[in-house]
Ligand binder design. Structure first.
Ligand code: ADP
Length: 395
């Protein structure tokens, strides 16, 4: 049996694991959720029998249980040759993936105040895998690293210089692993090399961001200091007037409460008053639920505005690319967004937009469109597995 690369994506109450062989084919995956809760549970994808976890299972216990379950099912051959971790924030310290050593851990801890919901749990995942596999090399792949090429005009806020110098207040950008995969995959489909390919990449999942990539390099992106800025998202507001904080304070809403609402109760959920799930929203809108129609309208209009904004950072454009659960699956969102972009020359083929992928390698624009429009499924785990083998010198 081939050796295994383990990919770990550790969230505050969940762990997603994926196994790859050294040819970078995915061989298995698993999910543990509701960790540190009485009803913690876990399963291996494609297997009906749940993996049993103790009540209030910790990340460490869940990891141990899932690895044992992989082994019992013959899915894993000994210890992994390399372990790749998704880490949300690498600040300015990490321009690319890094081998995890004491120095890297200290740098990740330094970034924790920038991503208090994410980096500490990423570190818990790293510690848990290190306990289980002390001899396997561990690699961190950062959501922010791909965007470290942004020029100052794109990453600096118009704030006093001291904010940047003393407190690292700048735009970082996220979803970098997915945007990087988009330019690689778009290049392949357009018969180009990534280093000569320029795209606008719209990653639309529960979190949403859009990135301008010129000749393989990130030039601008919609998320900022935190993953709250930019597009409308499932529960996040995206851009709002920062004056909102002071105004709401005058109404008795504290800054931390406003921040919580902007992150957890806004976006598609806030506008519709029903759900953050785009599929459900489309069904509600089809049945005449006006707040859901409005939520989709605001989502698509903001996205179209950002496509226009991203063009300011590019000298050429080879394709606009949609990805993420919404970008890959919602023909309605794609069509409605492109409707706003007629003046820029984007037009869709309605038939390809509905049945993309089967015949056209994801092309959904028509012959008149000034730029190709593509739908490409993202694969962040594959990028992490590849980086894990590269940095651990596997093969
Ligand atoms: P995450 O950011 O959590 O990885 P995903 O990339 O899986 O999220 O995207 C989740 C979103 O994709 C949800 O809003 C979901 O409704 C939407 N989605 C998935 N399938 C469809 C579909 N067929 N039509 C519309 N939206 C869809």
């Amino acid at each position: 049996m081939d050796e295994t690369i383990l990919v770990v994506n550790c969230g505050s109450s969940s762990i997603k694991l994926a196994l790859f062989n050294t040819s970078h084919q995915k061989t298995a995956s698993a999910l543990a959720e509701r960790l540190n809760n009485p009803d913690a549970r876990a399963r291996i994808d494609g297997d009906d029998t749940p993996v049993s976890l103790p009540s209030n299972s910790s990340h460490q216990q869940a990891l141990q249980a899932l690895v044992s379950a992989f082994e019992e099912r013959g899915l894993m051959n000994g210890k992994p040759v390399s372990i790749g971790h998704r880490v949300v924030h690498g600040g300015e310290a990490f321009r690319e993936a890094a081998l995890i050593d004491a120095h890297a851990i200290a740098a990740m801890e330094d970034c924790a105040p920038l991503a208090p919901l994410h980096n500490p749990v990423n570190l818990i995942g790293i510690e848990a895998t290190r306990t289980l596999f002390p001899d396997s090399p561990q690699i961190a792949v950062f959501d922010t690293a791909f965007h470290q090429t942004l020029p100052p005009r794109a990453y600096r806020y118009a704030l006093p210089e001291q904010f940047y110098r003393d407190w690292a207040v700048r735009r970082y950008g996220f979803h970098g692993t997915s945007h990087y995969f988009m330019v690689e995959e778009a290049a392949r489909r357009l018969n180009r090399t990534p280093a000569t390919t320029s795209i606008i990449s719209a990653h639309l999942g529960n979190g949403c961001s859009i990135t301008a990539i010129e000749d393989g390099i990130s030039k601008d992106t919609s998320m900022g200091l935190t993953p709250l800025e930019g597009l409308v998202m499932g529960t996040r507001s995206g851009d709002v007037d920062p004056g909102l904080f002071d105004y709401l304070a005058s109404r008795g809403v504290s800054a931390s409460e406003t921040h919580r609402v902007l992150n957890q109760e806004s976006g598609l959920l806030g506008l519709s008053g029903q759900t953050n799930d785009m599929r459900s929203l489309c069904e509600l809108a089809d049945h005449g639920h006006e707040p859901s129609t409005l939520a989709i309208d605001v989502f698509c209009y903001r996205l179209a505005k950002y496509v226009g904004a991203m063009m300011a950072s590019l000298n050429k454009l080879d394709a606009l690319v949609f990805t993420g659960g919404i970008g890959e699956n919602s023909a309605r969102v794609r069509a409605q967004t492109i409707q706003h972009l007629k003046l820029l020359g984007f037009t869709l083929d309605a038939e390809l937009n509905t049945h993309h992928g089967q015949v056209s390698e994801g092309h959904i624009s028509d012959a008149d469109s000034r730029f190709p429009v593509l739908v490409i499924p993202t694969n962040e785990e594959l990028v992490i597995a590849r980086e894990a083998s590269r940095l651990a010198n596997v093969n």
